[in-house]
Design a protein around this ligand. Structure first.
Ligand code: ADP
Length: 265
């Protein structure tokens, strides 16, 4: 009997090993698959705008004298826009890398939320030019413990998306209000919003609702970075749809005081 039990034990251990090996192989295959998808996506996202820049610059060089002023202006606009896109993509990749390396150390100091919102709106003026923008800030908001550089980037990413995924002429609203010991900041748009089953997944790295969307180019990194930065500052960010009309609603909830101030209170 003992022998039989020992055999069974050995068999069980063998099975556990097999399952573990399989798990490991599956995880390795998944990591491999992700790495390949990442490389494909990165090379595509880098090469597409770069090809446009090279094309426009070469045309300017070769045909310079023959080109009417308007055509030159168009080519220059292409060069600038595509270079900005490249720059955004590289900034995103670097931000993501910093987050994953655990190298994001927020510099928390009391900040005027309204001022950070203004700066973010100035930075997104170009992309939001076709939209109407409304800002609703209560006058008595307390200063919040934020890293202004990180928080500005969070807002820029949310505003960029509102500009990209909501039609021209529609209204983008940025509003803040007090909610007990926290401050809620919302970015609302009038686009198609998000499929309910995707409201969590949009924060995943490289996740995009419409995968092959070439018109609204993107990397699927903006929201992952926004969430990483907000969480590093002790806040949360959630996605959803508006209750009052069509459109997405992104809500950032921030502590009104630092954890240390909370303990002292
Ligand atoms: P990107 O915009 O570069 O694709 P993000 O991480 O910023 O990456 O967003 C992930 C996905 O979430 C987008 O591809 C889009 O499908 C969806 N999304 C983000 N913001 C909005 C919005 N305001 N309205 C509708 N869909 C959105």
């Amino acid at each position: 009997l003992l022998d039989a039990l020992a055999d069974m034990g050995a068999l069980a251990i063998e099975r556990v090993r097999l399952v573990e090996d399989l798990d490991r192989a599956e995880r390795a295959a998944e990591t491999d698959r992700l790495a390949r998808a990442l490389l494909t996506s990165i090379s595509h996202d880098l090469r597409t705008p770069l090809a446009s820049v090279l094309g426009a610059a070469s045309t300017l060089r070769d045909l310079d004298a023959a080109l009417p002023g308007e055509a030159k202006a168009d080519l220059l606009a292409t060069i600038i826009e595509e270079s900005e896109r490249l720059n955004r993509f590289i900034v995103n990749l670097l931000d993501m890398t910093r987050l994953e390396a655990g190298a994001v150390a927020p510099n928390l100091a009391p900040q005027d939320l309204g001022e950070i919102v203004d700066t973010a709106l100035r930075r997104t003026e170009g992309v939001l030019a076709g939209h109407r923008v409304v800002v609703e800030m209560p006058p008595d908001l307390p200063a919040l413990p934020l890293d202004p550089v990180l928080f500005e980037q969070v807002l820029v990413n949310l505003l960029d998306n509102a500009a990209k995924y909501a039609p021209e002429g529609s209204l983008v609203t940025v509003r803040a209000r007090r909610d007990g010991a926290r401050i809620r900041l919302e970015v609302l748009d009038e686009g198609d919003g998000l499929p309910e089953e995707d409201v969590e997944r949009v924060f995943d790295k490289f996740y995009r609702v419409r995968k092959g969307d070439r018109v609204r180019a993107g990397t699927g990194l903006g929201l992952a970075i926004a969430r990483g930065f907000v969480e590093a500052m002790g806040g949360t960010v959630t996605a959803g749809n508006r209750g009052d009309r069509n459109g997405a609603a992104f809500t950032v909830s921030l502590p009104a005081r630092t954890a240390r101030e909370d303990r002292a209170a």
